[in-house]
Design a protein around this ligand. Structure first.
Ligand code: BES
Ligand code: MN
Ligand code: ZN
Length: 497
């Protein structure tokens, strides 16, 4: 889909479909009022006939309105003006997208940015609408012999803005929305791919593809031998029970000068998590193909940043492995030595995410990072604590944590902070090694982060637990592409763009 921004009169657009918002009860948004004016009050009359009152989710498609050059008019119910928040706005965009897919219009003029959610501006609305429209076009049919739902006929959506002065900023917003949408979809595709296709080596190949696509991105994938040289005993331990080779994928984007700060993103890349010898129960185990969604979000963010040519330096690190049980697999009680030199007693082989992340976090030191953010489907406990709506967030630096919280709010991809502290750290005590890899049932998400904190003493660090937010279960089963919007916003905020 192509997205444009223009400041021109909506009523004189030769467009296949003009999309207008209507608040409850039959309150027209600005552009809708204009159209109503040139159409001699026809919109008001139609609404008055009882076909639509503007409730959220309602749509009404009209043809041949007098005085209007558009072939069709699509009215979208926005609900009560007072309760137009981000969710309601997204619902409106979704309604638009749904209605457009069943309509013949090839190009669309969209005036929904007339009605941004409360506290947001028109640019936010355009960016979010573009991001969402792009994400609504996503279909996972890579593995289907027949293609699924057809794509809409529309090829082009133009957003109308009020004045010529507003065009430049709105175009930037549009560009950002598109790049983030692409990043979200890239992350969803990787997440949705089954684990027999999306292996650690496959992820490494995808990274190399990204490196080929963008001159600004260089990629390196360390194989097991290279990791052994670096003494990544913890990362390597996780893949021992798998026929699939592990990889440490390193992507470097250079968008700023050498002396400018470098930010690092680390993504958990467990391409399948059986639990290992501490094997998981069978029900729903297929969803553990999503255990690389942290990695997928790092890929997605990296791609969006490269597409936007953001003036930052960014390194993406993905420790990728498959957690399987076999004769070589790690066993409860095994002790491994991490790259940092610290030893770990593996009391539960299902707490494998932290085992791959800790060596990646030590590896991150070499980039002298201004900040390190790791993203991981780390704990079931996080799903219990926060459900499927907000990411869990912990860190060793208040400024970085606050920036991530703010970025999540800006991008409407929110995180919620959980505490860290010595008292939790004590739960990791081991009688036989420097630490255990589990801290018992209480505060499972926090003790997991406490484990990671032991490897992040040399820089400012934060951890996003996306176990509840990275994918959906049930009939909507699939990766969400979160937290790509949050991550890209965080990086945009670093450079004030
Ligand atoms: N990948 C899982 C976490 C997970 C579980 C994410 C369910 C989403 C839904 C992780 O590797 C894991 O198994 N964690 C264990 C840790 C425990 C053994 C300390 C968990 O959460 O049960
Ligand atoms: Mn696990
Ligand atoms: Zn896992």
């Amino acid at each position: 889909m192509e997205y444009l921004v223009k400041s021109a009169a909506a009523e004189s657009q030769r467009t296949g479909c003009l999309v207008l918002g209507v608040f409850e009860k039959r309150r027209l948004t600005d552009t809708a009022k204009q159209i109503d004016g040139v159409a001699g009050g026809q919109l008001t009359a139609i609404l008055g006939s009882g076909d639509m009152d503007g409730a959220a989710g309602q749509t009404l498609l009209l043809h041949g309105l007098p005085g209007v050059t558009a072939e069709r008019i699509l009215l979208i119910g926005l609900g009560k003006e007072k309760s137009l928040n981000e969710r309601a706005f997204r619902q409106a965009v979704q309604s638009m997208s749904g209605a457009l897919s069943g309509c013949g219009a090839r190009d669309v003029w969209c005036a929904l940015a007339d009605a941004p959610p409360r506290g947001r501006d028109c640019d936010w609305a355009i960016r979010d609408a573009v991001q969402q429209c792009e994400s609504l076009l996503y279909r996972f049919d890579t593995c289907k012999s027949k293609k699924g739902k057809p794509l809409p006929n529309a090829r082009k959506i133009t957003f109308g803005v009020a004045s010529a002065d507003a065009v430049a900023a709105a175009r930037d917003a549009c560009k950002a929305g598109l790049a983030i949408g692409h990043g979200v979809n890239a992350a969803r595709e990787l997440g949705d791919l089954p684990a027999n296709i999306c292996t650690p080596v496959y992820l490494a190949d995808q990274a190399k593809k990204l490196g080929k696509r963008f001159k600004s991105v260089s990629v390196e994938a360390l194989d097991e031998k290279a990791m052994e040289k670096l003494s990544m005993g913890s990362l390597l331990a996780v893949g021992r029970g798998s026929r699939e080779e592990s990889r440490l994928i390193v992507m470097q984007y250079k968008g700023a000068g050498k002396s400018d700060p470098t930010h690092v993103l680390v993504g958990k890349g467990i391409t399948f998590d059986t639990g290992g010898i501490s094997i998981k129960p069978g029900a729903g185990m297929d969803e553990m193909k999503f255990d690389m969604c942290g990695a997928a979000s790092v890929f997605g963010a990296m791609q969006a940043v490269a597409e936007l040519e953001l003036p930052v330096n960014l390194v993406g690190i993905v420790p990728a492995a498959e957690n399987m049980p076999d004769g070589l697999a790690i066993k409860p009680g095994d002790i491994v030595t991490s790259m940092s030199g610290q030893t770990i007693e593996i009391l539960n082989t299902d707490a494998e995410g932290r085992l791959v992340l800790c060596d990646a976090l030590t590896y991150a030191e070499r980039f002298k990072p201004a900040s390190v953010v790791d993203v991981a489907t780390l704990t079931g406990a996080c799903v219990m604590a926060l459900g499927h709506h907000k990411h869990g967030l912990m860190g060793n630096n208040t400024a970085v944590v606050n920036k991530l919280l703010a970025a999540g709010r800006t991008a409407a991809d929110e995180a919620w902070q959980l505490p860290l502290g010595e008292e939790y750290d004590e739960q990791l005590k081991s009688n036989f090694a420097d630490m255990a890899n589990i801290g018992g049932r209480p505060a499972g998400s926090i003790t997991a982060a406490q484990f990671l904190a032991r490897f992040t003493g040399k820089y400012k660090w934060a951890h996003l637990d996306i176990a509840g937010t990275a994918w959906k279960s049930g009939d909507q089963k699939g990766a969400t592409g979160r937290p790509v919007p949050l991550l890209v916003q965080y990086l945009m905020d670093q450079v004030g763009s």
